[in-house]
Write a protein that binds this ligand. Structure first.
Ligand code: DP6
Length: 349
């Protein structure tokens, strides 16, 4: 027999960034972060997990290519999941799996991203979240979404926020064992559904500095990162929660842009400096800033993760159409910039 489960998880984009760990093994952050979960039709991971007594080892394929499960991020999540698995019974098919059997049974896992891996489009977030969610279903875990978020967190920090739709906060927590470092939903997908996300895929190439090593270097060498984590982010998180609750777009946009810019300032303050944005990214920022300043209040927010791709959040469909028009005029795909496509997605799951 073979038992199988398929799950789909969207990626999330942080509007208040996570950058820096206080515990590298458990993946505990130095500040809270807030994100928006995208619509699953656009940027998501689909993962199928299977278990069978005929499998002779754990195996995993990412976008059709086999990858090693040993010692990596997936392994730490897998260990946690196996230790919490429950009895499973399918009387019709005569399948009975005892809790302890999950330690011995081998798994096959196949995962697909419908967007470029490791190009700063938060693919690890959707990937790890989907891995945990699909296996939790297969192994009959009793944990709720918050507890599952703590397992996903141990694979990749930002993954814990992809367990929920809408607006999500990852609470940094205080406990040394990480038990209170979990994701919570601030508002569901229906709360603010006017927002439209437009992503300019400036480069689909693999980034040079991974988030994991980048934030490690920042923690070791940047002085700005401490100021950011202790003084700036705690206040911004409160203001951002309020902006989301009131659907106050001008405040939302100002906070998101400022936070993205400070995160990249921390990267520049790192030794050696990390450059995630390129010329095209900078030009997109100038274009959006100029537009926002020519209006009574901001129309578009921008944010950049660990890569050059621009994630823009328009206040409504009409603004998104105008934004796209401007972008296509100033940054046409396949011109002398290395910009190659646009992805448009609704905000919510
Ligand atoms: C810039 O979650 O990829 O996207 O925990 O080491 O796996 P690890 O890092 P990761 O870092 C994401 C950083 C970010 C900001 C964010 O998503 O909050």
């Amino acid at each position: 027999w073979v038992l199988m489960v398929t799950a789909q998880t969207p990626t999330n984009i942080a509007v208040i960034k996570y950058w820096g760990k206080r515990d590298e093994t458990l993946i505990l952050p130095i500040n809270d972060s807030i994100s928006v979960t995208l619509d699953p039709d656009h940027l998501c991971t689909t993962t199928t997990v299977a278990v069978s007594p005929s499998f002779d080892q754990d195996r995993m394929w990412l976008n059709g290519k086999e990858i090693s499960l040993l010692g990596g991020r997936f392994q730490s999540c897998l260990r946690e999941l196996r230790s919490r698995a429950s009895d499973f019974e399918d009387e019709k098919r005569g399948i009975k799996i005892k809790k302890a059997d999950w330690e011995k049974l081998n798994l096959h896992i196949a995962s697909y991203n419908n967007f470029p891996t490791a190009a700063g489009l938060a693919s690890s977030a959707a990937g790890l979240a989907c891995f945990v969610f699909a296996l939790a279903k297969l192994m009959n875990l009793k944990e709720d979404h918050s507890q599952l978020s703590a397992i996903a967190r141990q694979g990749s920090g930002s993954a814990c926020r992809s367990l929920y739709g809408g607006f999500v906060k990852w609470i940094m927590g205080k406990e040394e064992n990480g038990s209170d470092s979990i994701a919570v939903q601030l508002a569901d997908e229906k709360h603010w559904d006017d927002l439209v996300i437009v992503i300019a895929v400036v480069s689909a190439r693999q980034k040079e500095t991974s988030s994991t090593s980048g934030m490690q270097d920042s923690c070791k060498t940047s002085m700005l990162i401490q100021h950011r984590a202790k003084e700036v982010v705690p206040k911004r998180v409160i203001q951002m929660e309020e902006a989301i609750e009131k659907r106050d777009f001008p405040s939302f946009a100002r906070l998101a842009c400022a936070d993205s810019n400070q995160f990249h300032a921390v990267c520049l303050d790192t030794s050696p400096p990390i450059f995630y944005m390129n010329d095209t990214s900078h030009k997109i920022i100038s274009c959006v800033e100029k537009w926002n300043r020519s209006e009574e209040s901001p129309q578009v927010a921008y944010t950049f993760d660990a890569g050059p791709n621009a994630v823009m959040i328009a206040r409504n469909r009409k603004t998104a159409a105008l934004l796209l028009q401007r972008l296509l005029f100033h940054f046409p795909p396949h011109s002398d910039t290395d910009l190659n496509s646009y992805v448009i997605g609704d905000k919510s799951i």
